[in-house]
Design a protein around this ligand. Structure first.
Ligand code: ATP
Ligand code: MG
Length: 287
């Protein structure tokens, strides 16, 4: 392992990125509700000398780490975009202009064009909503379990589709679109719902809200592509399918990145390396 790491201390998860001896990125994930685990991991590796850090829990984490490290903070949005650009290049995409939707605990939406980027909006509906509603409605709180079981669920007894309302008529918009998430509950007399169906319906609610908003910003900015990132998409094929189908239906191109949860941590690491090299250059000029 090299002596520099990048950390993204997020609302739910703290992500760490570092380069191994083959110059390949390695990743680690810790729950943000127990930052002592991050501190212990860092302290167990004395070779770590430099830390690039970002995310809303930066101060909470730094207050735990001994200050014998060189630390550089970078604001979350800058780190995220830097990481996204790195991953786009690594994964062979050539995209200069795009909406970037970060589905974290909540969802933050950005517009990137060449070297500029701006946060255009967001919503409180995100990964925290997915796990929160799932816990309350089904008792399941483990993300891996939720996403695995959601794949087997059906939405047709819970969600109200356009074709359900326009039965026997030609609907004015495509019939399979959702008219109302959870809207069928009080129209049918079911008294209980299978857990997979509830989870699939919660995923669709979260996915459709995020996609609807992203499409509106993409239209506003005249951007064809929407890049979806954030740990909520990690091994979550069901959610990605909801997002991809709706994005494509609305004539935009969805892009998913393999290491979708780690753009902030990668960006924080890259920023730290840049800062260090700048400092070296300046010292060179001064001496
Ligand atoms: N191992 C995991 N444990 C808990 N949640 C997980 C896990 N893996 C993925 N998730 C999902 O990812 C979400 C968090 O995503 P992410 O790490 O991108 O957000 P964050 O950076 O913590 O939050 P924010 O950016 O909003 O501050 C969780 O709400 C959950 O839906
Ligand atoms: Mg985050």
């Amino acid at each position: 392992m090299r002596n520099t790491i990048g950390i993204d201390a997020g609302g739910t998860l703290t992500k760490v990125a570092f380069l191994d001896d083959q110059n390949e990125f390695q990743f680690k994930v810790f729950p943000s509700k127990d930052l002592t685990l991050v501190k212990e991991w860092i302290e167990s590796l004395p070779e770590i000398e430099e830390i690039g850090i970002t995310g809303g829990r930066t101060e909470q984490l730094l207050s735990k780490i001994k200050m014998n490290k060189s630390i550089d903070y970078v604001v979350e949005f800058d780190a995220t975009i830097k990481g996204v650009k790195y991953l786009l290049k690594k994964e062979g995409h050539d995209i200069q202009k795009s909406i970037i939707t970060n589905v974290g605990t909540g969802t933050s939406i950005h517009y990137m064009e060449n070297d500029t980027h701006v946060r255009v909006g967001g919503t409180g509906i995100g990964g925290g909503t997915l796990t929160g509603l799932s816990t309350i409605m089904t008792g399941l709180s483990d993300f891996k379990e939720i996403t695995k079981i959601a794949k087997q669920g059906k939405r047709e007894f819970i969600d109200l589709f356009v074709k359900d309302i326009f039965e026997g008529m030609e609907p004015p918009i495509e019939g399979h679109l959702t008219a109302s998430n959870f809207g069928k509950v009080n129209l049918l007399n079911h008294t209980s719902y299978p857990i997979p169906d509830l989870l699939a319906t919660i995923q669709a609610l979260v996915g459709e809200v995020i996609t609807t908003l992203s499409i509106q910003y993409a239209d506003m900015k005249n951007s064809e592509t929407i890049i979806y990132i954030g740990s909520t998409l990690t091994n979550n094929e069901h959610l990605k399918e909801v997002i991809a189908n709706y994005t494509i239906l609305k004539k935009h191109t969805p892009v998913f990145l393999n290491d979708c949860g780690f753009s902030g941590a990668i960006g924080a690491l890259l920023n730290k390396v840049e800062q260090r090299n700048k400092l070296k250059d300046n010292n060179g000029i001064l001496t």
